[in-house]
Design a protein around this ligand. Structure first.
Ligand code: ASP
Length: 382
């Protein structure tokens, strides 16, 4: 932010202050000040994960199922935490958190993926490195156990960003990925969902048929951000349908200047809104002012503190207002976000979202339903 003088910074801050004042009334206390850090106190690393959003209500889930989901989320959170706490990269943490969820049949990613109309499991994944905005994505793969790893290999070992179907599998083969037989991905409960859907002639876009996409966002000790998302898509998807999860800018985005985002929900709407990039674009401006403010010795400490609080609230507001756009168009779902200052933000307009977060200050929690801890209640209506 070199070249921005303090008058310009002050003008921008004033604009933010009045916008925040307008937005404060729209925030519930649960979503504001989720984790409060000044520049000096910001966590060294921070991680957030999700395992899908949807009509997840306490009455629809047995205590055993709840415990199983919580344990699975904790396992993913711990895997990412281990990497970040020992100084590993955000990219490695994102992959480490996603892999156990891809391997766990509870989630709609890798093993346990939903079925297409034709009765197959077709997998999508994407990953993005906030350092240089390098990205990799795959769609419609059927024989790769951990699509998030293939997406990352597209990023590192191909000149491309996005590979599909057979081509992606040929690339996987050339890169030494083992062929995983279709039985690995198949689960009885997901097959029954397809059969129920066909019997009831539900739309492939029925909201209750797309639980369990997984994702992770991370800030590492070097200040780098990363985001990744992996899914089987939506039950009964046809005609080579591709959702938001593998689309960079819709389901996944990371930019060190702004934030890292992973989304879950009704993919068509997330593509139309460009959710992940839209949130990052809104946060980028605020983060630039934040950096400039800390770099400017003429800004008094108490003003910085006040400004910091307002910016945090505003980060939540950005995520909420983009999710409100999804809702306005008729879609639903949620996002997880981490900022360069280590704040974790959750915003969802469904009853629940499988989620968790951890940071270097000892924060470590998983949650399922709206209103529980882990960052947020459901998104307020705007
Ligand atoms: N967003 C995914 C898709 O549309 C589904 C989900 O997140 O549950 O493919």
């Amino acid at each position: 932010m070199r070249g921005v003088n303090s008058v310009a910074i002050q003008t921008m801050k004033n604009a933010i202050l009045s916008l925040v004042a307008a937005g404060v009334a729209l925030l519930t206390p649960a979503t504001a000040f989720a984790d409060d850090h000044t520049e000096a106190e910001k966590p060294k690393w921070s991680l957030a994960i999700h395992g899908g959003a949807g009509t997840i209500l306490p009455e629809n889930i047995t205590p055993e199922q709840r415990a199983a989901y919580e344990a699975a989320l904790q396992e993913a959170l711990d895997a990412g935490t281990e990497i970040l706490a020992s100084g590993g990269s955000a990219m490695d943490a994102v992959k480490a958190a996603i892999i156990p969820m891809e391997d766990n049949p509870l989630f709609n990613a890798g093993r346990g993926a939903v079925y297409t109309w034709e009765g197959e499991n077709e997998l999508d994944a994407s990953i993005m490195d906030g350092r240089d905005r390098s990205a990799g994505a795959v769609t419609g793969v059927k024989t790769v156990r951990n699509p998030i790893l293939l997406a990352d290999t597209v990023r590192t070992d191909s000149p491309h960003v996005f590979l599909m179907g057979e081509g992606a599998e040929q690339f996987a083969d050339e890169q030494g990925f083992e062929v995983t037989p279709p039985e690995w991905f198949a689960t009885e409960s997901r097959r029954q969902s397809l059969e129920r859907m066909k019997a009831r002639e539900l739309s492939a876009l029925d909201v209750d048929l797309k639980f369990g996409t997984v994702g992770a966002v991370a800030l590492d000790q070097d200040g780098n951000l990363a985001a990744g998302t992996s899914t089987g898509g939506m039950t009964g998807k046809r005609w080579g349908r591709i959702g938001d999860a593998p689309v960079i800018g819709a389901g996944t985005y990371a930019d060190n200047r702004a934030c890292a985002v992973s989304a879950t929900g009704w993919g068509e709407y997330f593509i139309r809104v460009g959710v992940a990039h839209e949130i990052c674009a809104r946060l980028r401006w605020d983060q630039a002012i934040r950096r400039a403010s800390y770099a400017d010795p003429s800004v008094p400490a108490e003003e910085l503190e006040k400004f910091e609080g307002l910016l945090k609230m505003r980060s939540q507001l950005h995520a909420d207002s983009v999710m409100a756009e999804v809702k306005e168009l008729g879609g639903d779902g949620g996002v997880i976000v981490v900022t360069p200052y280590g704040e974790t933000i959750f915003s969802f307009n469904t009853a629940g979202m499988y989620r968790g977060r951890a940071n270097s200050d000892g924060l470590n929690e998983v949650a399922i339903f709206g209103g529980e801890e882990a960052g947020a209640s459901d998104t307020p209506d705007h």
